[in-house]
Design a protein around this ligand. Structure first.
Ligand SMILES: [Zn+2]
Length: 282
């Protein structure tokens, strides 16, 4: 098991900027850590090239034909289903949605189930994570699967799926106790891909995505970074505020690989990885 070191280490001035990357400020609205909620709507349509059909992995059961997910999200979902031995018991209920599909779901749920129910479980168009391709609703495979609120029990393979989700980069996005922050009722079926090790860090600290994005803002490049270590890697996470104008210069620390993501608010999050396996073979 890994260890999250949230204690701020006194390392100011120790970061060596390996190189810098210039990003257009429009990139704030893209990436695996985008926060999508009523205050932070989707501002850019997803490029179709980043999506992949679930049918490319035939072992996955899907409620409907033609379902799509963001590529990395789909790959990790397939691995999570395999690791939790849930591939024969779990059905993918809803993945990527276009804005038009979200509009339709919102309007039909409102008509069929009323305003109170809809406010609890269905996001307004452009406020749904499903439009990012990074969210997947999963359900217990059965004859009658509720499309809006599928059953996802807390037993057997479903429990294993939940317990292993973070190590594959997924969080249960809408948890009990966080409703005042997320503004969505508890949804045991809705998983959001945020990537490794972010899901793990959030899980250990009991942070929902709103809280994590907020917490990250105190880990800036020239101050302390959020540090994470497990058997695989040593990871540094830090926030870079968007600069005024059209672009932002992102300072990168020395690392084996990195992932940049916008937060869909006001800046970028750098995740820098040192792979331990590479070190072991040197
Ligand atoms: Zn959902």
């Amino acid at each position: 098991m890994g260890q999250t070191n949230l204690a701020k280490r006194n390392q100011s001035g120790r970061h060596i900027t390996f190189k810098t990357i210039k990003l257009a400020n429009s990139e704030i609205y893209q990436g695996q850590l985008v926060l999508i909620n009523p205050e932070n709507p989707i501002r850019q349509a997803l490029s179709p090239g980043s999506l992949m059909p679930l049918s490319s992995i035939p072992a996955i059961h899907t409620l409907r034909d033609g379902m799509l997910l963001e590529r990395t999200c789909l790959r990790q979902l397939a691995e999570l289903l395999e690791a939790s031995q849930g591939i024969n018991d779990i059905v993918a209920v809803s993945g990527y949605r276009t804005k038009q599909e979200q509009e339709h779901i919102y309007a039909s749920t409102l008509a069929e189930r009323g305003a109170e129910y809809t406010a609890c479980y269905v996001a307004l168009p452009d406020r749904s994570e499903h439009q990012s391709g990074l969210a997947i609703d999963v359900g217990k495979l059965s004859k009658d699967v509720d499309y809006i609120a599928p059953a996802f029990p807390d037993t057997e393979t479903y429990k294993a799926f939940k317990q292993l989700a973070a190590s594959f980069g997924f969080i249960q996005r809408y948890k009990e106790g966080k409703e005042a922050i997320t503004q969505i009722s508890c949804e045991p079926w809705h998983f959001r891909y945020v990537g490794y090790p972010h899901a793990d860090i959030m899980e250990r600290n009991d942070w929902c995505l709103e809280e994590y994005i907020d917490a990250l803002k105190s880990y800036t490049h020239d101050n302390d970074h959020l540090l994470f270590e497990d058997d695989r890697s040593f990871v540094e996470v830090y926030y870079v505020a968007a600069e005024a104008g059209a672009s932002t210069t992102i300072p990168l620390v020395l690392c084996d690989r990195y992932i940049l993501s916008g937060n869909n608010k006001d800046g970028f999050i750098v995740t820098a990885y040192w792979d331990k396996s590479r070190r072991a073979h040197v």
